[in-house]
Design a protein around this ligand. Structure first.
Ligand code: NAD
Length: 779
């Protein structure tokens, strides 16, 4: 292909990408790829200047505006910026600037340095705001630099765009220019909300900002988290200041948002320092930037330097290494994790992204594969931001080869050959179960699956679990592969001969490992529960289970609804825990662990806070009987004070306590034998666990503490103040923050001060925590 053909080809391709990027806000390739094509065209054109035409993308800015909006002509064109990646390119820019300026001759030996303004390069879209006599009269996009779109209505919805300038002294005509962008947090929120309603998600904050601003319905724009940052001026009826920074600072006084990161650099080396400083803080900034912008600070010097076709000679964007790159998806492999989840992983043709070679990227689950529409052989956009694991963002459909293959989840586990099943999501609502398909596939092999076994053991020995030091991943793999360990319990059968034969183990390290295994035999209950690796049970949940239920036996026996009384344990997790302990294999492993000398350290009673956390009414409310919430349940229990009475009550009895439709729902619910059996089982277990069953003496007229005002002061040790307050309120008391003659009773824990003194002064009833707990039991 000759140069002319290639030039035409590149122009056509760049035109298409410009259109997708600037008009549709839907680029299909990452910026680096666009820049590569752009530079190739530029290089060819500079070799063949006779082939340069005015309509070449190298001579133009952006793209023609969408006709859906009315058009706006920019009196002073809105240009693009030249860019530099390397330090030397920046020094080259400085040389061009210095050469282009007729600088006053300073010191004979030192070249006069040019002063620059330094600003972050926000990744959004350029907007022009026209103020007449201090009032915002028009907002426009950059468009192709000469003609933009009139987006006045939309711009007005951006919260930090002033509709009127503050103060005085502004020029009668003032065109402010700046970037409309979306913060990282705003972008995440928007995409999450879009996903929820099945709407379109955006590839990055820039596209999201552009797509949100260029909406025909300004209500949509108003609902999007857009922000504005001013970085310059266009048309102006009289000069403001003599420097760029001077202009911005004055604009700030008139109410215009400007960057907090604005700085003046005395010379180009200080610009490089600024670049490095912002670069180091890039990930921590609340908005995305793709570089920094340096501008000659003196406006006189800017005028002297002037413009080229598509960019000013006095400014440059110093870009950061791109976070997105293109590469080929060679294959999708499936990894098996600790809980058996079979996860697709992208094997990529290695590519450098922001200085690091990337060859793999997680694909999360099969739903994500479907969302991306991924096929093996595709060219994909991958993104590596900060320390975040590389992600596949998008497929470049135009580059899909004919032989691309679909990604298929294997039927059999790639490690052990057991069946791979799709997880079921069980939702329970209003006493009914609905089952839907989950996004996760699991190998059913459990510990018979080498991959799960290895991961389970690595987790079991990890520092926050059983804390067995000296057993690295490699050794675990070897132990499993050689059949020395088939469950975590087998670790406790290892002897010196077996360990010293492992790769990398010598006499001392073997002894140390065996000592570490021995030392791990007295874990706390919480550590042990965590070490078991129950799906969805992290360290925090393990602590909650241990603290509230106090014994492994109770944790293992607890019915799912009983578990949901624990803080942060929802039905899903409750079922995971229950299933784990019901599993025959898991039971055997736990029994073996205990037989092989493991002693749990801190087993004890059910925690009083947990014991006090429910009532019969609370339990009924949790059954999800249609129309029966906490208030309905309270009323029901006030009338029929035991579960048996409620189960066997007829319609008439129920209607004395509840509205007709509630009464019918209760009756219908308990007519289903499984529902009644389940409620009985839950009640029996709650009582067996020592819950304070509080409803049996409830008086019909109302709640036992109705009309009373209580005050809690000092710290409570056995239950939190919040729980105490809830308890009191559930019995009808009002809990107040200050003591008065009307206070019925004060509960005073250690550290109680003025409120207790006042209660004593007024001769009020005062209970300490123990007395309070016993009192609750009498209700
Ligand atoms: P640019 O985005 O590189 O630089 C100019 C723009 O920077 C200005 O218009 C302004 O909006 C913005 N800016 C941010 N902070 C600024 C500040 N402090 N001072 C001045 N301006 C500031 O140039 P461009 O012409 O808008 O677009 C070219 C870019 O778009 C390239 O990065 C290119 O890769 C990308 N692009 C990508 C595709 C694609 O398909 N992926 C297509 C076209 C363009």
């Amino acid at each position: 292909m000759n140069a002319q053909q290639r030039i035409l080809e590149l122009r056509a391709e760049l035109d298409l990408h410009n259109y997708r990027y600037h008009v549709l806000d839907e680029p299909s390739i990452p910026d680096v790829e666009y820049d590569r094509l752009f530079h190739e065209l530029k290089a060819l054109e500079s070799e063949h200047p006779e082939l340069v035409t005015a309509d070449s993308p190298t001579q133009r800015v952006g793209n023609v505006a969408l006709t859906a909006f009315s058009q706006v002509r920019h009196e002073i064109p809105m240009l693009s910026l030249g860019n530099a990646f390397e330090d030397d390119e920046l020094r080259e820019f400085d040389r061009r600037v210095t050469d282009g300026l007729d600088l006053p001759s300073g010191d004979l030996f030192a070249a006069a340095a040019v002063e620059y303004s330094c600003e972050p390069k926000l990744d959004g879209l350029a907007v022009s705001l026209l103020y007449q006599d201090g009032a915002l009269v028009r907002g426009a996009t950059r468009g192709d630099g000469t003609t933009g779109e009139d987006i006045s209505v939309n711009v007005r919805t951006i919260r930090n765009v002033p509709l009127k300038l503050q103060g005085t002294g502004w020029p009668a005509v003032l065109e402010v220019r700046g970037e409309v962008y979306m913060s990282k947090a705003g972008f995440e929120r928007l995409n999450a909300a879009q996903l929820e309603v099945g709407g379109k998600t955006f590839a990055n904050p820039r596209n999201a900002a552009a797509g949100s601003l260029r909406q025909l319905d300004s209500k949509i724009t108003a609902s999007r988290p857009l922000e504005f940052c001013c970085y310059g001026i266009g048309q102006v009826s009289h000069d403001i200041a003599s420097t760029h920074i001077g202009n911005l600072e004055q604009l700030k006084k008139w109410g215009m948002p400007i960057s907090r990161e604005l700085k003046v650099a005395k010379n180009i080396e200080q610009c490089l320092e600024y670049y490095r400083d912002i670069g180091a803080r890039r990930a921590a900034l609340p908005y995305e930037i793709d570089g920094v912008v340096f501008k000659v600070n003196s406006l006189g010097a800017q005028r002297e330097l002037g413009f080229r076709a598509r960019e000013p000679r006095w400014a440059i964007a110093h870009k950061f290494p791109a976070m997105e790159e293109l590469t080929e998806l060679l294959d999708v492999e499936f990894q098996v994790g600790r809980t058996g989840a079979v996860t697709p992983v992208a094997r990529l043709k290695p590519v450098k992204v922001a200085g690091v070679t990337v060859a793999n990227a997680t694909l999360h689950n099969m739903d994500e594969v479907a969302r991306l529409g991924l096929m093996i052989g595709d060219t994909v956009v991958i993104r590596r931001a900060g320390d975040v694991i590389p992600q596949v963002m998008q497929v470049v459909l135009e580059r899909r080869p004919a032989e691309a293959r679909a990604v298929q989840i294997p039927d059999a586990c790639p490690v052990c050959g057991s069946q791979v099943e799709r997880t079921q999501l069980v939702k329970r609502s209003k006493g009914k179960e609905t089952v839907s398909e989950g996004a996760v596939y699991r190998c059913v092999g459990r510990l018979a699956c080498g991959a799960q076994l290895k991961q389970a053991i690595i987790h079991f020995v990890s520092r926050r679990a059983m804390d067995i030091d000296g057993l690295g991943e490699k050794s675990v793999e070897q132990l499993v592969d050689e059949g020395l360990v088939a469950s975590p319990a087998d670790l406790y059968t290892l002897d010196y001969e077996a360990v010293v034969a492992l790769e990398g183990f010598a006499e001392l390290s073997s002894k140390n490992l065996l000592a570490a295994i021995d030392n791990s035999k007295r874990p706390s209950l919480a550590r042990f529960i965590y070490a078991l690796g129950i799906p969805d049970v992290g360290e925090e949940t393990a602590k909650v289970l241990a603290r509230a239920l106090g014994s492994l036996q109770r944790v293992g026996e607890a019915l799912p609804p009983v578990l949901t009384y624990l803080p942060d344990v929802g039905m899903e997790v409750a079922y995971e825990i229950h299933r784990f302990f019901e599993d025959e294999h898991n039971r055997t492993v736990i029994a073996q662990l205990l037989e092989r000398g493991l002693q749990l350290q801190d087993e004890g009673e059910v925690h009083p806070e947990y014991a006090a956390s429910t009532s019969l009414a609370g339990m009924i409310a949790k059954l999800d009987i249609p129309f029966v919430g906490p208030t309905g349940a309270q009323k029901l229990v006030a009338k029929l004070d035991s579960l048996e009475k409620i189960i066997s009550a007829d319609g008439i009895d129920l209607r004395q306590a509840l509205a007709a439709r509630q009464a019918d729902a209760v009756r219908e619910y308990f007519l289903v034998p499984e529902n009644a059996a389940q409620a009985r089982a839950v009640e029996a277990q709650l009582l067996a666990f020592g819950m304070h069953w509080t409803s049996s003496k409830r008086v019909v007229e109302g709640l036992p503490l109705t009309g009373q005002t209580w005050v809690l002061t000092g710290s409570l040790e056995q239950m939190s103040r919040d729980v105490a307050k809830e308890k009191l309120e559930s019995f009808g008391a009002k809990v107040a923050g200050s003591v008065s003659a009307k206070t019925h009773c004060v509960v005073a824990g250690p550290g109680a001060g003025s409120k207790l003194a006042k209660a004593n002064e007024l001769g009020l009833k005062v209970l300490d925590e123990d007395q309070f707990l016993s009192f609750l039991q009498t209700l």
